[in-house]
Write a protein that binds this ligand. Sequence first.
Ligand code: NAP
Length: 292
Amino acid sequence: MSAVIDASTRLIGILGYPVRHSLSPLIHNTALRSQGLNAVYIGLPVPPDRLGDAMAGIRALGFLGANVTIPHKEAVLPLLDSLSGRAQAVGAVNTIVARQGALHGDNTDVSGFLAPLQEHGSWLRGSDMVVLGAGGAARAAVYGLCAAFAPRLLTIAARRAAPAERLASGMAALGNVGTVLLPDAAPQMTSARLIVNATPAGMHPGAGETPWAERTVFRKGQLVYDLVYRPHETRLMREAAAQGARVLGGLPMLLGQAAAAYRQWTGKDMSKAAVEQALEQVLKKDYLGASN
Ligand code: NAP
Protein backbone atom coordinates (compact mmCIF):
# COMPACT_ATOMS: atom_id res chain seq x y z
CA MET A 1 0.00 0.00 0.00
CA SER A 2 1.46 3.35 -0.92
CA ALA A 3 0.38 6.75 0.42
CA VAL A 4 0.41 9.74 -1.93
CA ILE A 5 2.64 12.61 -0.86
CA ASP A 6 0.31 15.56 -0.31
CA ALA A 7 -0.19 18.64 1.85
CA SER A 8 -0.63 16.53 5.00
CA THR A 9 2.46 14.36 4.55
CA ARG A 10 4.56 14.30 7.74
CA LEU A 11 8.34 14.47 7.67
CA ILE A 12 11.01 12.35 9.31
CA GLY A 13 14.69 12.56 8.40
CA ILE A 14 18.23 11.60 9.23
CA LEU A 15 20.63 14.34 10.30
CA GLY A 16 24.23 13.49 9.50
CA TYR A 17 27.18 14.50 7.38
CA PRO A 18 27.37 12.76 5.00
CA VAL A 19 24.12 10.76 4.87
CA ARG A 20 24.23 9.63 1.27
CA HIS A 21 25.14 6.04 2.16
CA SER A 22 22.61 5.63 4.97
CA LEU A 23 20.20 2.69 4.69
CA SER A 24 17.72 4.38 7.05
CA PRO A 25 15.68 6.10 4.30
CA LEU A 26 15.21 2.74 2.57
CA ILE A 27 14.26 1.00 5.83
CA HIS A 28 11.78 3.62 7.01
CA ASN A 29 10.20 4.48 3.66
CA THR A 30 9.65 0.77 2.99
CA ALA A 31 8.00 0.41 6.40
CA LEU A 32 5.89 3.58 6.02
CA ARG A 33 4.69 2.55 2.56
CA SER A 34 3.95 -1.01 3.61
CA GLN A 35 1.62 0.37 6.31
CA GLY A 36 0.13 3.11 4.11
CA LEU A 37 1.25 5.90 6.47
CA ASN A 38 1.30 9.43 5.11
CA ALA A 39 4.89 10.27 6.05
CA VAL A 40 8.26 10.31 4.28
CA TYR A 41 11.79 9.81 5.58
CA ILE A 42 14.51 11.89 3.95
CA GLY A 43 18.26 12.34 4.16
CA LEU A 44 19.26 15.64 5.79
CA PRO A 45 22.96 16.35 5.16
CA VAL A 46 23.90 18.96 7.77
CA PRO A 47 27.46 20.27 8.17
CA PRO A 48 28.57 20.50 11.82
CA ASP A 49 28.32 24.31 11.95
CA ARG A 50 24.66 24.24 10.79
CA LEU A 51 23.29 21.73 13.32
CA GLY A 52 21.59 24.46 15.39
CA ASP A 53 19.84 25.85 12.29
CA ALA A 54 18.79 22.34 11.23
CA MET A 55 17.26 21.64 14.65
CA ALA A 56 15.34 24.91 14.48
CA GLY A 57 14.08 23.72 11.08
CA ILE A 58 12.98 20.35 12.52
CA ARG A 59 10.92 22.25 15.11
CA ALA A 60 9.52 24.86 12.71
CA LEU A 61 8.50 22.32 10.06
CA GLY A 62 6.74 20.04 12.53
CA PHE A 63 8.80 16.93 11.87
CA LEU A 64 7.49 13.75 13.53
CA GLY A 65 11.08 13.11 14.51
CA ALA A 66 14.50 12.29 13.17
CA ASN A 67 17.47 10.01 13.37
CA VAL A 68 20.88 11.43 14.15
CA THR A 69 24.12 9.98 12.90
CA ILE A 70 27.83 10.81 12.65
CA PRO A 71 29.01 13.51 13.42
CA HIS A 72 26.01 14.89 15.36
CA LYS A 73 25.10 12.16 17.89
CA GLU A 74 26.75 13.95 20.80
CA ALA A 75 26.54 17.56 19.60
CA VAL A 76 22.73 17.38 19.42
CA LEU A 77 22.24 16.76 23.17
CA PRO A 78 22.10 20.43 24.31
CA LEU A 79 19.68 21.25 21.47
CA LEU A 80 16.95 18.92 22.82
CA ASP A 81 14.21 19.56 25.40
CA SER A 82 14.51 16.20 27.18
CA LEU A 83 16.53 12.99 27.09
CA SER A 84 15.80 9.34 27.92
CA GLY A 85 17.86 7.79 30.71
CA ARG A 86 19.81 5.67 28.25
CA ALA A 87 20.60 8.60 25.94
CA GLN A 88 21.85 10.50 28.96
CA ALA A 89 23.96 7.56 30.17
CA VAL A 90 25.45 6.86 26.73
CA GLY A 91 25.95 10.57 26.06
CA ALA A 92 24.62 10.19 22.51
CA VAL A 93 21.27 10.48 20.73
CA ASN A 94 20.34 8.58 17.56
CA THR A 95 16.57 9.23 17.69
CA ILE A 96 14.58 12.44 18.17
CA VAL A 97 10.83 12.29 18.79
CA ALA A 98 8.53 15.33 18.66
CA ARG A 99 6.12 15.36 21.59
CA GLN A 100 3.65 18.27 21.73
CA GLY A 101 6.14 20.64 20.20
CA ALA A 102 9.06 19.52 22.39
CA LEU A 103 11.96 17.44 21.07
CA HIS A 104 12.87 14.32 23.06
CA GLY A 105 16.18 12.50 22.51
CA ASP A 106 16.61 8.74 22.83
CA ASN A 107 19.26 6.16 22.00
CA THR A 108 17.69 3.15 20.27
CA ASP A 109 21.16 1.83 19.31
CA VAL A 110 21.26 0.40 22.85
CA SER A 111 18.07 -1.68 22.53
CA GLY A 112 18.95 -2.60 18.92
CA PHE A 113 22.37 -3.79 20.07
CA LEU A 114 20.98 -5.83 22.97
CA ALA A 115 18.08 -7.45 21.09
CA PRO A 116 20.01 -10.39 19.54
CA LEU A 117 21.87 -11.00 22.83
CA GLN A 118 18.77 -11.48 24.97
CA GLU A 119 18.50 -15.20 24.17
CA HIS A 120 22.05 -15.64 25.57
CA GLY A 121 21.27 -13.53 28.65
CA SER A 122 21.74 -16.04 31.45
CA TRP A 123 24.94 -17.39 29.86
CA LEU A 124 26.38 -13.88 29.45
CA ARG A 125 25.47 -12.57 32.89
CA GLY A 126 28.56 -11.96 35.04
CA SER A 127 31.01 -13.12 32.34
CA ASP A 128 34.13 -11.55 30.81
CA MET A 129 33.56 -9.51 27.64
CA VAL A 130 35.60 -7.48 25.15
CA VAL A 131 34.46 -4.54 23.06
CA LEU A 132 36.76 -3.61 20.15
CA GLY A 133 36.74 0.14 19.46
CA ALA A 134 35.96 3.20 21.58
CA GLY A 135 33.68 5.29 19.33
CA GLY A 136 29.92 5.86 19.32
CA ALA A 137 28.86 2.25 18.72
CA ALA A 138 31.27 1.05 21.43
CA ARG A 139 29.72 3.57 23.83
CA ALA A 140 26.21 2.14 23.23
CA ALA A 141 27.58 -1.43 23.50
CA VAL A 142 29.49 -0.86 26.74
CA TYR A 143 26.51 0.86 28.36
CA GLY A 144 24.08 -1.83 27.15
CA LEU A 145 26.29 -4.73 28.29
CA CYS A 146 26.89 -3.23 31.74
CA ALA A 147 23.21 -2.41 32.23
CA ALA A 148 21.88 -5.75 30.93
CA PHE A 149 24.46 -8.37 31.94
CA ALA A 150 26.67 -6.93 34.74
CA PRO A 151 29.90 -8.36 33.28
CA ARG A 152 32.61 -9.62 35.65
CA LEU A 153 35.09 -7.62 33.55
CA LEU A 154 34.38 -5.70 30.37
CA THR A 155 37.56 -4.72 28.50
CA ILE A 156 37.58 -1.98 25.87
CA ALA A 157 40.31 -2.79 23.33
CA ALA A 158 41.15 0.18 21.13
CA ARG A 159 44.08 1.31 19.01
CA ARG A 160 44.37 4.59 20.97
CA ALA A 161 44.47 4.61 24.76
CA ALA A 162 42.87 8.01 25.44
CA PRO A 163 39.38 7.40 23.93
CA ALA A 164 39.23 3.93 25.54
CA GLU A 165 40.12 5.36 28.95
CA ARG A 166 37.60 8.18 28.58
CA LEU A 167 34.87 5.68 27.74
CA ALA A 168 35.87 3.35 30.59
CA SER A 169 35.87 6.14 33.16
CA GLY A 170 32.50 7.41 31.89
CA MET A 171 31.01 3.93 32.49
CA ALA A 172 32.87 3.16 35.73
CA ALA A 173 29.76 3.65 37.87
CA LEU A 174 27.95 0.94 35.89
CA GLY A 175 30.45 -1.90 36.26
CA ASN A 176 34.01 -3.19 36.11
CA VAL A 177 35.29 -1.68 32.85
CA GLY A 178 38.97 -1.89 31.88
CA THR A 179 41.02 -0.98 28.83
CA VAL A 180 43.82 -2.49 26.77
CA LEU A 181 45.57 -1.43 23.58
CA LEU A 182 44.19 -3.46 20.69
CA PRO A 183 47.45 -5.28 19.76
CA ASP A 184 47.81 -6.49 23.38
CA ALA A 185 44.26 -7.79 23.77
CA ALA A 186 44.89 -11.53 23.07
CA PRO A 187 44.52 -12.70 26.71
CA GLN A 188 41.23 -10.82 27.21
CA MET A 189 39.93 -12.00 23.81
CA THR A 190 40.64 -15.63 24.65
CA SER A 191 38.97 -15.55 28.05
CA ALA A 192 35.94 -13.51 26.94
CA ARG A 193 32.58 -15.20 26.42
CA LEU A 194 31.50 -12.30 24.22
CA ILE A 195 33.61 -10.27 21.77
CA VAL A 196 31.94 -7.27 20.12
CA ASN A 197 33.44 -5.54 17.10
CA ALA A 198 32.44 -1.87 17.32
CA THR A 199 35.04 -0.70 14.78
CA PRO A 200 34.34 -0.23 11.06
CA ALA A 201 37.15 -2.68 10.12
CA GLY A 202 35.72 -5.23 7.66
CA MET A 203 32.94 -2.96 6.43
CA HIS A 204 32.13 -2.74 2.71
CA PRO A 205 34.10 -1.84 0.59
CA GLY A 206 36.97 -2.89 2.91
CA ALA A 207 35.59 -6.38 3.41
CA GLY A 208 39.08 -7.94 3.38
CA GLU A 209 39.94 -6.16 6.64
CA THR A 210 39.49 -7.30 10.21
CA PRO A 211 40.05 -5.56 13.56
CA TRP A 212 41.74 -8.77 14.80
CA ALA A 213 43.88 -10.90 12.48
CA GLU A 214 45.21 -13.49 14.96
CA ARG A 215 42.74 -16.35 14.50
CA THR A 216 44.03 -18.49 17.37
CA VAL A 217 42.38 -16.35 20.07
CA PHE A 218 38.91 -17.52 19.10
CA ARG A 219 37.52 -20.64 20.74
CA LYS A 220 34.58 -22.99 20.68
CA GLY A 221 31.42 -21.69 22.32
CA GLN A 222 32.54 -18.07 22.37
CA LEU A 223 30.12 -15.51 20.89
CA VAL A 224 31.59 -13.04 18.37
CA TYR A 225 29.22 -10.17 17.53
CA ASP A 226 30.26 -7.93 14.66
CA LEU A 227 28.25 -4.68 14.50
CA VAL A 228 29.26 -4.27 10.84
CA TYR A 229 26.20 -5.23 8.74
CA ARG A 230 27.68 -4.72 5.30
CA PRO A 231 28.66 -7.41 4.27
CA HIS A 232 26.37 -9.82 6.12
CA GLU A 233 29.29 -12.04 7.02
CA THR A 234 32.58 -10.28 7.77
CA ARG A 235 36.10 -11.66 7.73
CA LEU A 236 36.08 -11.51 11.56
CA MET A 237 32.92 -13.64 11.64
CA ARG A 238 34.32 -16.18 9.16
CA GLU A 239 37.59 -16.58 11.02
CA ALA A 240 35.93 -16.83 14.43
CA ALA A 241 33.41 -19.39 13.13
CA ALA A 242 36.27 -21.46 11.68
CA GLN A 243 37.62 -21.82 15.26
CA GLY A 244 34.22 -22.96 16.56
CA ALA A 245 32.90 -19.61 17.81
CA ARG A 246 29.26 -18.65 17.35
CA VAL A 247 28.83 -15.48 15.33
CA LEU A 248 26.31 -12.65 14.99
CA GLY A 249 26.31 -9.86 12.40
CA GLY A 250 25.11 -6.26 12.67
CA LEU A 251 21.89 -6.46 10.65
CA PRO A 252 19.60 -7.33 13.61
CA MET A 253 20.96 -4.28 15.44
CA LEU A 254 20.34 -2.05 12.44
CA LEU A 255 16.76 -3.32 12.19
CA GLY A 256 16.25 -3.24 15.95
CA GLN A 257 17.31 0.39 16.37
CA ALA A 258 15.16 1.37 13.36
CA ALA A 259 12.09 -0.51 14.63
CA ALA A 260 12.38 1.09 18.07
CA ALA A 261 12.56 4.58 16.53
CA TYR A 262 9.70 3.86 14.10
CA ARG A 263 7.46 2.75 16.97
CA GLN A 264 8.05 6.05 18.75
CA TRP A 265 7.28 8.14 15.65
CA THR A 266 4.26 6.20 14.37
CA GLY A 267 2.94 4.18 17.32
CA LYS A 268 3.18 1.10 15.10
CA ASP A 269 5.40 -1.96 14.87
CA MET A 270 7.59 -1.95 11.77
CA SER A 271 6.82 -4.66 9.25
CA LYS A 272 10.19 -6.41 9.40
CA ALA A 273 9.50 -8.81 6.53
CA ALA A 274 8.99 -5.97 4.02
CA VAL A 275 12.06 -4.14 5.28
CA GLU A 276 14.30 -7.22 5.26
CA GLN A 277 13.30 -7.94 1.68
CA ALA A 278 14.15 -4.39 0.56
CA LEU A 279 17.49 -4.47 2.39
CA GLU A 280 18.39 -7.83 0.91
CA GLN A 281 18.10 -6.35 -2.60
CA VAL A 282 20.53 -3.55 -1.74
CA LEU A 283 23.01 -5.61 0.25
CA LYS A 284 23.15 -8.25 -2.51
CA LYS A 285 24.70 -5.60 -4.75
CA ASP A 286 27.76 -5.41 -2.45
CA TYR A 287 28.65 -8.96 -3.42
CA LEU A 288 28.21 -8.19 -7.11
CA GLY A 289 30.56 -5.20 -6.81
CA ALA A 290 27.91 -2.67 -7.81
CA SER A 291 28.12 0.82 -6.36
CA ASN A 292 25.75 1.62 -3.52
P1 NAP B 1 33.24 5.85 15.33
O1 NAP B 1 32.55 6.66 16.38
O2 NAP B 1 33.99 6.51 14.23
O3 NAP B 1 34.26 4.85 16.11
C1 NAP B 1 35.03 3.90 15.45
C2 NAP B 1 36.00 3.22 16.42
O4 NAP B 1 36.68 2.20 15.71
C3 NAP B 1 37.08 4.15 16.97
O5 NAP B 1 37.44 3.68 18.25
C4 NAP B 1 38.22 3.93 15.97
O6 NAP B 1 39.50 4.18 16.49
C5 NAP B 1 38.09 2.45 15.73
N1 NAP B 1 38.66 2.02 14.44
C6 NAP B 1 38.41 2.55 13.23
N2 NAP B 1 39.06 1.83 12.27
C7 NAP B 1 39.72 0.84 12.92
C8 NAP B 1 40.57 -0.21 12.50
N3 NAP B 1 40.85 -0.41 11.19
N4 NAP B 1 41.09 -1.04 13.43
C9 NAP B 1 40.82 -0.84 14.74
N5 NAP B 1 40.03 0.14 15.21
C10 NAP B 1 39.48 0.96 14.31
O7 NAP B 1 32.22 4.89 14.62
P2 NAP B 1 30.92 4.19 15.29
O8 NAP B 1 29.73 5.05 15.15
O9 NAP B 1 31.32 3.72 16.64
O10 NAP B 1 30.71 2.96 14.30
C11 NAP B 1 31.63 1.88 14.24
C12 NAP B 1 31.07 0.80 13.33
O11 NAP B 1 29.99 0.14 14.02
C13 NAP B 1 30.43 1.35 12.05
O12 NAP B 1 31.33 1.51 11.05
C14 NAP B 1 29.38 0.30 11.73
O13 NAP B 1 29.97 -0.68 10.94
C15 NAP B 1 29.04 -0.26 13.09
N6 NAP B 1 27.70 0.18 13.55
C16 NAP B 1 26.68 -0.65 13.32
C17 NAP B 1 25.42 -0.33 13.76
C18 NAP B 1 24.30 -1.30 13.51
O14 NAP B 1 23.13 -0.89 13.64
N7 NAP B 1 24.59 -2.55 13.21
C19 NAP B 1 25.17 0.89 14.42
C20 NAP B 1 26.26 1.75 14.63
C21 NAP B 1 27.52 1.39 14.18
P3 NAP B 1 40.21 5.61 16.34
O15 NAP B 1 39.52 6.50 17.34
O16 NAP B 1 41.61 5.33 16.65
O17 NAP B 1 39.97 6.04 14.92
